[in-house]
Design a protein around this ligand. Structure first.
Ligand SMILES: C[S@@+](CC[C@H](N)C(=O)[O-])C[C@H]1O[C@@H](n2cnc3c(N)ncnc32)[C@H](O)[C@@H]1O
Length: 177
C-alpha cells in the first residue's frame, strides 16, 4: 500500500469546504501541493526546518500556480501555535528525513509530539490527523514507538495502515474527530 496515496485519499474524504490544513513536514512539497490543489482547502500552513525544502517547494508551487493558498514557514513544527492563529481542520505529518538530502535533519519524537499536541489544541470540531512514521532509519523506531503510544493513550478510536508482515515498514496513523 502506498501510504502517501492513502493519506491523501483519507484527507480528501474528510475535508469539507474552506478547510484550513497544517503540513507539518513540507519536504519537497508533494503533500502541500496536493492540498493546495484540493478545492475544499482554503489555506495550507506548511513547516520545514530546512530552507532547501522551503525553496524547492516554493518553486514547485509557483510552477503549478498554487502558491496563493500556502504559507511556507521555515520553522520547527512545534512552534505551530506561533504561526497559526485560526482553527484547523487537518494536519499531516510525514516523519523522518528528506530523501536524497541531509539525513541528520530528521524529525524526533519530542518536537513531533509537541507539534501534534498543539495541532489538537488548534483543531476545529471537524478535524483529522495523518501521521506517517518510519522505522528503518536511525532514531526512527524510537519515534515510531512514541507516536504509536501517543495515539493509543490519546484517542479512543483511530486507524493504522501499513504492512503488518514487515516490522520495519512505515505506518500511517489516522485519527478523525
Ligand atoms: C519525509 S520528509 C517530508 C516529505 C514531504 N511531506 C513531501 O511530500 O515531500 C520530512 C521533512 O521533515 C522536515 N523536518 C525535520 N524536522 C522537522 C521539524 N522539527 N519541524 C519541521 N520540519 C521538520 C525535514 O527537513 C524533511 O524535509
Amino acid at each position: 500500500m502506498d501510504l502517501k496515496i492513502k493519506a491523501h485519499s483519507l484527507l480528501s474524504e474528510n475535508l469539507d469546504n474552506c478547510s484550513v490544513v497544517v503540513d507539518a513536514t513540507l519536504g519537497r512539497g508533494r503533500d502541500t501541493l496536493f492540498l493546495a490543489k484540493e478545492i475544499s482547502v482554503k489555506k495550507v500552513y506548511a513547516f520545514d526546518v530546512q530552507i532547501q525544502a522551503i525553496e524547492e517547494s516554493e518553486h514547485l508551487l509557483l510552477g503549478e500556480n498554487c502558491i496563493k493558498k500556502v504559507s511556507l514557514i521555515n520553522e520547527c513544527h512545534s512552534k505551530v501555535d506561533s504561526f497559526v492563529k485560526e482553527k484547523i481542520n487537518a494536519a499531516i505529518f510525514n516523519l523522518g528525513y528528506l530523501p536524497l538530502s541531509d539525513k541528520r535533519v530528521v524529525t524526533n519524537a519530542k518536537t513531533t509530539l509537541e507539534a501534534i499536541t498543539k495541532c489538537l489544541k488548534l483543531a476545529d470540531e471537524k478535524f483529522c490527523l495523518c501521521v506517517t512514521s518510519y522505522r528503518g532509519h536511525e532514531g526512527g523506531e524510537a519515534e515510531y514507538n512514541e507516536v504509536k503510544d501517543f495515539f493509543y493513550s490519546t484517542f479512543e478510536k483511530y486507524e493504522v495502515f501499513g504492512d503488518e508482515n514487515n516490522l520495519k515498514s512505515p505506518e500511517l496513523f489516522f485519527y478523525k474527530r
